[in-house]
Design a protein. Structure first.
Length: 199
């Protein structure tokens, strides 16, 4: 039911529990839970922040990175003038990662919105890119579930924040696992040679 434009989570009118997802193509019933991002649960999420992101097309790798096929730069909040409360994130990747044609690079610059001029807040990161062939800027709300989902069995992930290293996303997945199963997963205890085998 992913990425269906008309997807609607349905809830039991008596218990209030999520029981499936309905689209024009049909209904998928859920016996245990429904898991999804905030876009599937309008009215059940709160805005925690806003993020401004620029997606840039370059004809060169990020200057000063030794022509790296990909790189990540974090501009610390206190190294920005005027100082900020949030870091500025830069991620650049290339054809090596099958995300752009040869001779092109994609760069993403993002930060948490703190002013009435979000695009200007990206300048410390944009300044690291060199010449930019095309730039697309968006400001989006970062949503989070208004409750744990334990009573409704509707488990909602948090929206993507400004980070580009996915640490907060991984933390959210681990936290959701605990909310859904009631158990804390210890990834250090998993034997990578036996991962995926039935116990």
């Amino acid at each position: 039911m992913l990425n269906q434009p008309d997807a609607e989570v349905i809830f039991d009118e008596t218990t209030g529990k999520a029981i499936g997802v309905k689209t024009a193509a049909g209904t998928a019933k859920a016996t245990l839970a429904v898991v999804g991002d905030p876009s599937y649960f309008p009215g059940r999420c709160l805005r925690s922040s806003r993020v401004v992101r620029a997606t840039c097309v370059l004809s060169h790798p990020l200057p000063g990175t030794g022509d790296a096929a990909s790189c990540q730069v974090i501009v610390p909040q206190k190294q920005v003038t005027p100082p900020r409360r949030s870091d500025v994130y830069v991620f650049c990747c290339s054809a090596t990662h099958a995300v752009a044609p040869r001779g092109r690079w994609l760069a993403f610059v993002s930060t948490t919105v703190e002013t009435n001029n979000p695009e200007a807040e990206l300048e410390p990161g944009l300044a690291l890119l060199g010449s930019v062939d095309a730039k697309f800027v968006e400001v989006v709300d970062v949503l989070e579930p208004e409750d744990s989902g334990s009573s409704s069995r509707a488990f909602i992930s948090r929206g993507y924040d400004a980070t580009t290293h996915f640490e907060s996303t991984v933390d959210d997945v681990l936290e959701m696992y605990t909310r859904i199963t009631g158990k804390v997963i210890d990834l250090d205890a998993v034997d990578p040679d036996k991962a995926g085998e039935d116990e």
